[in-house]
Design a protein around this ligand. Structure first.
Ligand code: FUC
Length: 342
């Protein structure tokens, strides 16, 4: 087990976690961005399974949020406005009139403090950041730890506390591509998880408040389904997001859920285990063409994000996974990414 610390530019550092089987995870102190994950394919060849930029400067103000920590509120808030305890909060919109991934106060663009940790069977870093912005309720202290084990698990643990009642739902925005070194798009990734409903979106990608039953649609992943099925399907909800998935899926269980992702050619299997009540699955429908990535140039459907989180739509509609955090209470979320071959 090993941690390598590399100076990138100015105060940017990259922390490289390596386990005894040469699985490797690279993380920046800027945005907590995962820039690379090396895992073996079925022949034992180590390859990168995430999207990363060739040039580190491209991570600054990245409209695609590659690999970063998203918060304090992941997802979209209509009109960048919400009410809490009878008070109105107006944030700075960054997508038309709406707010995506918290905009300028977002954690994806912040320098985080870092502490390293290591013992015989795991290696990791913990990132620290305190949000203190008059436009947002409370001073919020956040800690995110990244741990790599000798079982090829990458564990993301989030913790937060606020000095006032506030809203929070954190996630990570890594784009996975299990083909290895971006050999292929994600059409041939098979995905399986327990959910029978999504939040319906309007044409600005804001939830309408309706839950759609996914039975007999390309949004039903209770049986393993190829992502390609939904990328070229005529369902209005696929069309609205520029053909693909960009929806919040509500999980069956409240405590622990698994998302299983398989890519048969490489033999890679990724199991994501989370304590979150749902996730946004985003298939890079709007990813720009021609950006210089680590192994090739970017294109539509080159990666898939599994953004495990609660839903900001709960601010406006009842009975949705809520994002309220009471003063001095502890926010926790844990999502593990386990890599295997088969
Ligand atoms: C996701 C999506 C958005 C957006 C962004 C880059 O989280 O929900 O639609 O395009 O990523």
């Amino acid at each position: 087990m090993e941690i390598i610390e590399k100076k990138i530019r100015k105060d940017w550092k990259e922390f490289i976690l390596i386990n005894n089987y040469k699985m490797q995870v690279n993380i920046l102190n800027f945005g907590g961005i995962i820039t690379k994950i090396l895992t073996p394919n079925k022949y034992g060849k180590m390859e990168n399974v995430v999207l990363g930029y060739k040039n580190y400067t491209d991570y600054e103000n990245d409209p695609f949020y590659f690999g970063s920590i998203i918060g304090p509120v992941a997802g979209r808030i209509p009109q960048a406005k919400f009410r809490l305890n009878g008070k109105s909060y107006q944030l700075e919109p960054n997508e038309g009139d709406n707010l995506l991934h918290s905009g300028v106060i977002g954690f994806h663009n912040k320098m985080w403090d870092v502490k390293k940790s290591q013992n015989s069977d795991r290696v990791g870093i913990k990132l620290f950041y305190t949000l203190d912005d008059e436009k947002f309720p409370g001073k919020i202290h956040v800690e995110v730890s990244y741990t790599l084990t000798n079982n090829n698990d990458l564990i993301l643990d989030y913790n937060a506390k606020s000095t006032k009642d506030t809203i929070i739902t954190l996630t990570n925005h890594t784009y996975f591509n299990l083909s290895g070194n971006l050999k292929d798009t994600i059409h041939n990734h098979y995905v399986n998880f327990e959910s029978d409903s999504i939040l319906e979106l309007d044409d600005t990608l804001i939830p309408t408040g309706n839950k759609l039953d996914t039975t007999n649609t390309t949004f039903d992943f209770r049986k393993s389904r190829k992502l390609g099925d939904g990328l070229s399907n005529n369902h209005l909800q696929h069309k609205l997001v520029q053909n693909g998935y960009d929806h919040y899926f509500i999980f069956h269980k409240k405590d622990e859920n698994n998302i299983i992702v398989r890519e048969p050619t490489s033999g890679r299997k990724l199991t994501i285990t989370t304590d979150q009540p749902g996730m946004v699955m985003y298939t890079a429908n709007t990813l720009e063409e021609g950006l210089e990535l680590t192994e090739r140039t970017s294109g539509k459907y080159l990666g898939v994000c599994f953004e495990t989180q609660a839903s900001p739509a709960s601010l406006f509609y009842k009975d949705l996974p809520n994002i309220l955090l009471k003063k001095d209470e502890v926010y926790k979320q844990k999502t593990t990414f386990s890599f295997e071959i088969e």
